[in-house]
Structure formats: C-alpha cells, structure tokens
Ligand binder design. Structure first.
Ligand code: ATP
Length: 316
C-alpha cells in the first residue's frame, strides 16, 4: 500500500478588495494572500477498492461528499479513470489544527493537499499549473493554496501573480470557536450596502486600477517593510462583519491596543482576526495579555508566522 503525508498551511489576507460584479455571479476581487505556518496534516493512502474514504479528528468537519477533500479526490477519479483503475481508491485522514469556518481557507488548503497527494500516489506527473487549474474547478482559494507564499490574486481569486515572499513576520491570531460567519452572507451584505460603488465592466484596466487599497500593500511588500504592510492592510468585508459581530470588533480593538502590535485585521470573511507583531517574543507576550483581557474559553489564540510555501510533502 502506498501513502503520503502532507502539510497544508492556512492563509491570511493582507488585503481583500471587492471591485466589481462578474457575469458568473462571483465578485471581481483583488486580494493579497499570505501563507502562515498554522497547518493541517493530511495522510492519504491507496486502497484496493475504487472508493473514497475520509476521516477527520474535528467534530464540525463533515466526512461525506460535502468535505472539499472528498470532492478533490472525486475530481481526480473523474479526470484520471485509468489511474483510479490501476492504483485503486484513496483513504484520507485529516488532522485539523486550522480553525474551521474561520476565513483561513482551511477546507481549500486540505483540498489542495489532496490534489498534490493523488498526483504523487497515481504517478500522474502533473505540473503546478495543472494542479492549480484542477483546484480552481473546486474553489477560488484552492489554486493559491497549492504553492502558497505571498501572492496577489485577482478575478474570483484564482488568477495568481507571485510577490516577493515574506518570511518570519510573527502573528497572533484569534478565533472564537463557536462563532461562524457565512462567507456568502458577508459578500451578499457587502453587495447590498456598497454595490452601487462597483465598476460594471470588470474587464478593463480601469477596474483593476480601482484596487486603490491593495497598491500600497504591494509597495510595502516589495520594500519588505513589515511596519508599512501592517499600516496599509485592508479588508472591505470588515465593513459588514465588524458591525454585526461585536466580539470580532472587540478582539480587533484589544489586539490594536497592545504594545508590539504593528497592525491588525480580519482575515477573509472572518471571524478570525490577526495582529502582525514586531517579534516572536512580543507575539507570545501579546497572546498572554489578550488571554487575560478576554478570559473566554471559547477564544482560541495562536502564535504563528508568515511562511514562503504552500503544500509540503512531509513523508511517505
Ligand atoms: P475560506 O477562507 O476559504 O472561506 P474558511 O476558512 O472560512 O474558508 P473552512 O474551514 O474551509 O472555512 O470551512 C467552511 C465550511 O466548510 C465548514 O463549515 C465545514 O463544515 C466545511 N468543510 C468542508 N470541507 C472541509 C475541510 N476539509 N476542512 C474544514 N471545513 C470543511
């Protein structure tokens, strides 16, 4: 029996701008995506019967067809039926560390890992671009998760242009376990409240230039200036999520008030909030301070850091 172990890192958004409507019903986005070392572990084994089995240690994560890893394996089986017949099906075990429904692309990075793992298990020899194209069929964040790093993502979020990588910026990240924000709700509410400001023709350059908030972040990344990155970060969805979720707003304010925090923002559609910190030791101190200020067991706090890669093969 063949098997692989993979590490699937989460992402945060250093920017998220909604600049228009798209004919396919999605929004035209400009996002700066950053991999962090908070990661899930995934084991994938070949099995003799041509089926897909999923196991997971997290009670909130389904193991049926609604799990993105199931759908990733199913896509590979449909695209490569001869390999399925030759090597058999797959048994996938998810060991979750990334908070679920958090705006950290947890499901997407798991799916990216399964695409990479099945490519190896079935000796397909796919290129990174081919794996990313398969990922984009399943979800907009999956292509980024394959190679990770620091990337500007446009379109639905699937068109990727790499930026210089940002290693070792330390982060404190918080998420209330029981709090979930529906991504669909956040985008729908944003459209209702701010849709009149969108540009309608999203194919022209003017609309890309409309990404006024991301440009200074890119400039700061090019200069490798963590303080400037922290000061220019932007997330349009904060405008709808923070007023509706006071706990998220409070967490952001508490982070912002801590010495050593150089900037703080919600990731994706939330409810995770992260703070960029001046050093690892400060990040650890801030984690302890915030734990004392908000002594709520429901709040998970992590010290993590920016990394330069996406899915990694950890062993056979
Ligand atoms: P994104 O940042 O891409 O919007 P997210 O981090 O907000 O994603 P996920 O952790 O991917 O959200 O979970 C969203 C929902 O998807 C959960 O409610 C969960 O039930 C379901 N789900 C399906 N597959 C997975 C998976 N492999 N890991 C976590 N959740 C999954």
């Amino acid at each position: 029996m063949r098997s692989y172990k993979l590490i699937a890192p989460a992402k945060i958004n250093l920017s998220l701008e909604i600049i228009g409507d798209r004919p396919d019903g999605y929004h035209e986005l400009v996002m700066i995506l950053q991999s962090i070392d908070l990661a899930d572990e995934i084991e994938i084994h070949s099995i003799s019967d041509e089926t897909i089995r999923v196991h997971c240690n997290h009670p909130q994560v389904p193991t049926d067809k609604s799990n993105l890893v199931y759908r990733a394996a199913e896509l590979m089986a449909t695209k490569f039926p001869q390999a399925l017949a030759k090597y058999g099906g797959v048994d996938i075990t998810l060991n979750k560390h990334i908070p679920v429904a958090a705006g950290l692309a947890g499901g997407s990075t798991n799916a990216a890992a399964v695409l990479v793992g099945i490519d190896l298990l079935w000796n397909l020899g796919l290129t990174q671009t081919e794996i990313e194209e398969l990922g984009s069929i399943l979800g907009s964040d999956i292509p980024f998760c394959v190679a990770g790093g620091t990337v500007i993502a446009t379109g639905r979020g699937e068109q990727l242009s790499p930026l210089p990588t940002l290693d070792h910026i330390y982060i404190v990240l918080g998420k209330y376990r029981s709090l979930e924000v529906s991504t669909a709700w956040a985008y729908k509410t944003y459209r209702q409240e701010y849709g009149s400001t969108y540009l309608r023709d999203t194919n022209d350059l003017a609309s890309r230039a409309a990404a006024v908030h991301s440009a200074p972040v890119v400039k700061a990344i090019l200069a490798k200036d963590a303080v400037a990155i922290a000061k220019t970060m932007h997330n349009d969805l904060e405008k709808v999520v923070l007023p509706s979720y006071p706990q998220v707003l409070q967490l952001k304010e508490v982070f912002a008030s801590q010495p050593g925090v150089i900037g703080t923002m919600m990731s994706g559609s939330g409810p995770s909030v992260f703070a960029l910190c001046a050093s690892q030791s400060q990040a650890e101190q801030i984690q302890q301070q915030v734990r004392q200020i908000i002594p709520n067991e429901d709040l998970e706090l992590f010290v993590t850091r920016t990394i330069t890669h996406g899915i990694q093969v950890a062993g056979k």
